[in-house]
Write a protein that binds this ligand. Structure first.
Ligand code: ADP
Length: 499
């Protein structure tokens, strides 16, 4: 392991990195059956910062058994109000350890520290507090049935059971909490598998949950690779639901694996989200929004605004504003003051993104800004803008998951045609509309085939707003009450009062 860890890393984060991490199963840190370990890298340097357990399928069996034990034991006896208090304590502990969590998130994911400290950490605290409120409010209903005679009928909302949660590397804290918080609120027990590249903050969250008094076995963290850990979880007959965020390819595999016991499945699979800029828009604000959406965290965001459509009357000035911002972005280590954009997660991702930029140019697109890898070490890609992009090009059709903006213009004023162009994608996660004309904004919002539409904004990170996609962007919605629905079953009880 490197002795050369970034000097801005605090004592607590340093101490955490140097630990001999284990699996968190049934409230205890335990060794794997297999005994193998994986190296965890700082993507800004490529150096090893920690090692974690590479779990096996039998470790997954143990974690699922622990979750089942908790679900049918201590956790079931916890009242909704007590669940709320535990979740609020958990949120308070995250706040108390915010610096450590933000630094760990930064050094492992590459995202600049201010985003981690002022965005991710407060965001997960809010998510926990919001979801904690639902425990006492997710009751059933008393439908007015029309059956002959006299009946009393009601519905119950019950936890779906043991849930397997599989998350990616781009937002390790947020992706974990978007899944853990509603599952806890609903009364489920969890086996979480973080990404093999960014497992550190999930392990720390697991410890804080225990410290908050959440019973052992309710939140188990199993580190390791997609296969065998994720695949075992997705296929496990003892798991009632699997929730996944990641690539479409892996999502399809999970779906197949889940079919054995027909477990519930929710999927968040990324996108190729359009940004449509009308000529009356505030171009400065739109350019800032576009740049933060596609370059913030080096474009590794499922809802990144990666396809830009600008009306031809605003196209040139808009591109100039974007290029100026892109060229002025400071790339560097997330812990260095003043860093605007960090690295992508791995050498593999760097090569993948560079391959897309190259293929875009081969297929006729023009490089307007950026274009290459950057720096001697770490996995940096320059903020890149391609113009002259057309449907059918790989850069237009496929999710790049890197800081690459595909810019196009339109000369039409027909909203149906503009929407049809923007909707011509297999994905349907997010869309962003920029205009000051309120009627046009609402009309476009209705025409977009996307689970999330932002007007004069590129993102809306609020715990109350459902998040998920149309078409091949996934199944189900996280955040909001819709997330509670993902983790509950509804039972209809009907009583014939005459018998
Ligand atoms: P990426 O390669 O971009 O990280 P993936 O969709 O492959 O995206 O990974 C997202 C998460 O899914 C990670 O935690 C990964 O380990 C996990 N994963 C990968 N393959 C499988 C699989 N076959 N079954 C279950 N989970 C998997």
């Amino acid at each position: 392991m490197t002795t050369n860890i970034h000097p801005a890393l605090g004592e607590a984060a340093r101490a955490f990195l140097s630990r001999e991490h284990q699996l968190l199963i049934d409230g205890r840190m335990i060794a794997s059956d297999g005994g193998r370990r994986t190296e965890i890298l700082d993507p800004a340097t490529g150096e090893v910062i920690a090692t974690v357990v590479e779990a096996t399928a039998s470790d997954v069996d143990r974690a699922v058994a622990a979750a089942r034990g908790a679900l049918e034991g201590a956790w079931r006896k916890v009242t909704p109000a007590e669940r709320t208090r535990m979740m609020l304590r958990f949120a308070g502990l995250i706040e108390a350890n915010a610096d450590e969590l933000a630094q760990l998130e930064c050094i492992n994911s590459g995202k600049p520290l201010p985003f981690c400290r002022n965005g991710d950490v407060p965001g997960i605290v809010e998510m926990l507090r919001y979801m904690a409120g639902w425990t006492t409010k997710m009751g059933g209903e008393t439908p007015n049935v029309s059956l002959p005679g006299e009946w009393h009928a009601y519905t119950l909302r019950e936890p779906v059971g043991v849930v397997g949660q599989i998350i990616p590397w781009n937002f390790p804290l947020n992706m974990a909490m978007w899944k853990i918080a509603p599952a806890l609120a609903a009364g489920c027990a969890v086996v979480m598998k973080p990404s093999e590249q960014t497992p550190l903050t999930a392990l720390r969250l697991g410890e804080l949950a225990l410290e908050a008094g959440i019973p052992p076995g309710v939140l188990n963290i199993v580190t390791g690779f997609g296969h065998p850990v994720g695949s075992a979880l997705a296929a496990h007959p003892g798991v009632d639901k699997v929730a996944f965020t990641g690539s479409g390819e892996t999502g399809r595999r999970i779906l197949q694996a889940a079919s054995g016991n027909l477990k519930r499945v929710s999927l968040e699979l990324g996108g190729k989200s359009p940004v449509i800029v009308f000529p009356d828009a505030n171009l400065e604000a739109a350019a800032a929004g576009v740049c933060s959406s596609i370059f913030f965290h080096a474009g590794q965001i499922c809802a990144a605004g990666s396809r830009l459509y600008v009306h031809e009357r605003a196209y040139e000035p808009m591109l100039e504003l974007i290029a100026k911002r892109a060229n002025g972005m400071k790339m560097g280590h997330g812990l260095d003051a003043g860093t605007d954009m960090g690295p992508v997660i791995s050498r593999r991702q760097l090569d993948r993104v560079a391959g897309y930029i190259h293929s875009g140019q081969e297929e006729g697109a023009t490089l307007y800004a950026g274009g290459g890898a950057s720096g001697e070490r770490g996995f940096f890609v320059q903020p890149t803008v391609l113009t002259g992009v057309k449907p059918g090009m790989k850069v237009h059709d496929e999710e790049i998951f890197g800081p690459v903006l595909c810019a196009m213009s339109f000369d039409d004023d027909d909203l149906d045609r503009i929407a049809a162009t923007a909707n011509a994608s297999t994905y349907g996660l997010a869309a962003s509309i920029w205009t000051k004309d309120i009627g046009r904004a609402h009309k476009m919002a209705r025409r977009m085939q996307a689970g999330i539409v932002n007007v004069n904004a590129l993102s809306s990170p609020d715990a109350t707003l459902p998040y998920g996609g149309y078409k091949q962007s996934g199944w189900g919605r996280e955040r909001g009450f819709e997330a509670i629905e993902l983790y509950t079953e509804v039972k209809a009880v009907a009583i014939n009062l005459n018998n």
